[in-house]
Design a protein around this ligand. Structure first.
Ligand SMILES: Cc1cc2nc3c(=O)[nH]c(=O)nc-3n(C[C@H](O)[C@H](O)[C@H](O)COP(=O)(O)O)c2cc1C
Length: 191
C-alpha cells in the first residue's frame, strides 16, 4: 500500500522534469448549485496531506460555483509522460494568513493585476483594464501591495485520487485511492 500523497509527489517531480511547460497546471471542474458543470485551468500552488491548493478571484464564476456547491474535481494531464491524475473532493477556503503569504510571493504586476481585474465580469475594453491597472499602480506607489479581499486560496481535500498510466495494448494501469476514515483503500482498475 502506497500513500497517495507520496505517489503524487513522485509523479509531480517527474512531471517537473519532463513537461515542457506548466507541469502544475490542472483542470478544475466545478458545478453550480443546479448541477451544471464548467471547467478551466488553474495552477497548483501548494499541496500536502491536507489537500491541494490553488488561488483565484473570489468574485469569479468558479468561486460562485464553489460557494453554491463545494464539490470539485481536479485533473492533471502530463502528455509527455502519458499520465493523468484525477482528484475529487470538497473545497474549503485557505486561511487569510496562508493567502497573504502566497500573495506576497507574487510579482508586483500580478499583485496589481489582482486588484485591477474583476475576473469573469465583462469589461468594456482592454483599455478599461489598463486604466484600472494604472490607477492601482498610483494607489500603491511606494508601498507593498496588500492582498485584495476578493482574492485567495481554495483547498481541495481529496476523497478519491486516481493515478492513470498509459500501458501497452490499452491495458492502462489505474490505481484508485478512496478515503476511508483517516486512511485510504486502494483498488486497481483496468480500462
Ligand atoms: C495554464 C493556465 C493556468 C491558469 N491558472 C490560473 C490560476 O491559478 N488561477 C486563476 O484564477 N486562473 C487561472 N487561469 C485562468 C483560468 O483558466 C480562467 O480563465 C479564469 O480563472 C476564469 O475562470 P472562471 O470564469 O471559470 O472563474 C489559468 C489559465 C491557464 C491556461
Amino acid at each position: 500500500m502506497t500513500d497517495p500523497f507520496q505517489l503524487f509527489d513522485t509523479w509531480l517531480v517527474e512531471a517537473r522534469a519532463h513537461e515542457p511547460n506548466d507541469p502544475t497546471a490542472m483542470a478544475l471542474a466545478t458545478a453550480d448549485a443546479a448541477g451544471k458543470p464548467s471547467v478551466r485551468m488553474v495552477l497548483l500552488r501548494g499541496h500536502d496531506a491536507n489537500g491541494f491548493v490553488f488561488y483565484t478571484n473570489r468574485h469569479s464564476r468558479k468561486a460562485g460555483d464553489m460557494a453554491g456547491n463545494p464539490h470539485v474535481a481536479l485533473l492533471f494531464h502530463w502528455k509527455s509522460l502519458r499520465r493523468q491524475i484525477r482528484i475529487e473532493g470538497p473545497i474549503t477556503l485557505a486561511t487569510d494568513a496562508e493567502s497573504d503569504a502566497y500573495f506576497a510571493t507574487r510579482s508586483r504586476d500580478s499583485q496589481l493585476g489582482a486588484w485591477a481585474s474583476d475576473q469573469s465580469q465583462p469589461l468594456d475594453s482592454r483599455a478599461t483594464f489598463e486604466a484600472r491597472f494604472a490607477e492601482m499602480e498610483q494607489r500603491f506607489m511606494g508601498q507593498p501591495v496588500p492582498r485584495p479581499p476578493h482574492w485567495g486560496g481554495y483547498r481541495v481535500t481529496p476523497e478519491r485520487i486516481e493515478f492513470w498510466q498509459d500501458r501497452e495494448h490499452r491495458l492502462h494501469e489505474r490505481r484508485v485511492f478512496i478515503r476511508e476514515g483517516s486512511g485510504w483503500r486502494e483498488a486497481l482498475l483496468y480500462p
